[in-house]
Design a protein around this ligand. Structure first.
Ligand code: PLP
Length: 395
């Protein structure tokens, strides 16, 4: 029998990526502060972090977390359904449900896992008499796609943020009695534009569908007190997910939903049932962030003002920033090789802006994805803009 050289196969697969300038590798960084990292002995201004409010370094959160670790220690010891459900889990969920104006909330280990496992457990559950029809924004995050990898659903993608196309697809299926699901992010991670939530809600109602929204990049920054854009329509949205790993400066994720959906997930969602619950350290930092985030009005104002300034300046210079409306600003270049080379030159100028390439973004749309934090100063942003301007003729 011919021996399989597994390692050679792994090498071949990466070599194919390398040839297309799509190979990825890990960069070893040292954290200095919310907007500075050290890379290869050089201090760089970081424009690639999702720590939008600098909360990863917040003193109050750090001290509270240290005290909780001193009191309770590290791990929770088991899954929540065994002996890992503590007052901290319940108190955090109660607080979250209050802030999200939802009947209930439930914590997950990561945003990726929440989206993937909620969708897959709903679609795998056999609760429907007919095949679910899923309408998903084309630019939804990979974890939403993963949750929809199921041969027993009909999966349809609508053009990004195109409510006419979504309605066209819904209309085509209007007379089918299959359960319908509409899936979207509220702030798109790679393009920095807002979903049209009002229209999504209208369409959901008109076509009697289930509306699922991912608030990963809105949580902490947008909506009332930073608790997301779905808040305005909380009675009409069936399931909202969000992460604590971005503006919350921590790790973990939440789902806000009805009490029934929460019970369904506790009973039917394998990643909730068979995985150890979040440790005290994370619960403490999440709980503390929930309390602090409403108070960060000035930080959010500064973030929005600085992002507006950079977007307008880039547009004036004819950079292609797509339809960015937020603190996530792509500079769409197209060619991956060119994108890597400009990112490297920015690095020489003391700026860390990673190149984002397919499959994280669609083919031929490689980009520099800038994320602005409230901890960036005006001078930091001017420095980035002036450096980018120097490469304008190459983009
Ligand atoms: C839109 C969106 N959803 C979910 C996630 C995953 O969140 P987490 O990092 O908590 O796994 C991300 C992270 O990149 C994201 O951009």
């Amino acid at each position: 029998m011919k021996k399989i050289n597994f390692d050679q196969l792994f090498f071949n697969s990466i070599f194919e990526l390398k040839k297309k300038n799509l190979e990825r590798g890990l960069k070893l960084l040292t954290k200095i502060d919310p907007v500075k990292v050290k890379y290869k002995q050089k201090v760089l201004l970081n424009f690639s972090s999702n720590d939008y409010l600098g909360l990863s370094q917040n003193k109050t959160i750090k001290n509270y977390t240290i005290n909780i670790i001193k009191k309770y220690g590290m791990g929770s010891g088991s899954s929540r359904l065994v002996s890992g459900n503590f007052d901290f889990h319940e108190k955090t969920e109660k607080e979250l449900a209050k802030k999200k104006k939802s009947e209930a909330a439930i914590i997950f280990s990561t945003g990726y896992l929440a989206n993937y496992s909620i969708l897959s457990s709903i679609f795998n559950s056999n609760i429907f008499k007919k095949k679910p029809i899923v309408f998903s924004d084309k630019l939804n995050h990979q974890c939403i796609y993963e949750g929809c990898k199921n041969k027993d659903i009909k999966f349809l993608r609508f053009h990004h943020n195109d409510m006419n196309h979504l309605e066209y697809l819904l209309k085509k299926n209007k007379f089918k009695t299959n359960p319908k699901f509409i899936l979207s992010e509220t702030v798109f991670s790679m393009d920095g534009d807002f979903a049209d939530i009002e229209s999504l809600v209208k369409l959901k109602k008109k076509y009697n569908s289930f509306l699922f929204l991912d608030e990963a990049h809105a949580t902490g920054v947008y909506g009332d007190n930073g608790f997301g854009l779905s808040l305005k329509f909380s009675n009409d949205i069936d399931c909202v997910t969000g992460t604590f790993s971005k503006a919350f400066g921590s790790f973990g994720a939440y789902v806000s939903c009805s009490k029934n959906l929460k019970s369904f997930l506790i009973n039917k969602c394998p990643s909730f049932i068979y995985s150890t619950s979040l440790p005290f350290s994370l619960l403490a930092s999440i709980y503390s962030s929930i309390k602090i985030i409403p108070k960060l009005k000035n930080e959010r104002k500064k973030l929005i003002k600085n992002s507006f300034y950079l977007r307008e300046a880039l547009k004036k210079e004819n950079f292609n920033i797509g339809n960015s409306q937020t603190n996530l600003i792509p500079i769409i270049i197209g060619d991956p090789k060119k994108t890597i080379s400009i990112s490297k030159e920015l690095e020489r100028k003391g700026l860390y802006v990673v190149p984002i390439r397919p499959p994280s973004v669609p083919p031929n749309s490689s980009r520099l994805r800038i994320s602005i934090s409230s901890c960036h100063s005006e001078n930091n942003i001017k420095k980035l803009f002036n450096s980018l301007k120097m490469f304008k003729n190459r983009i």
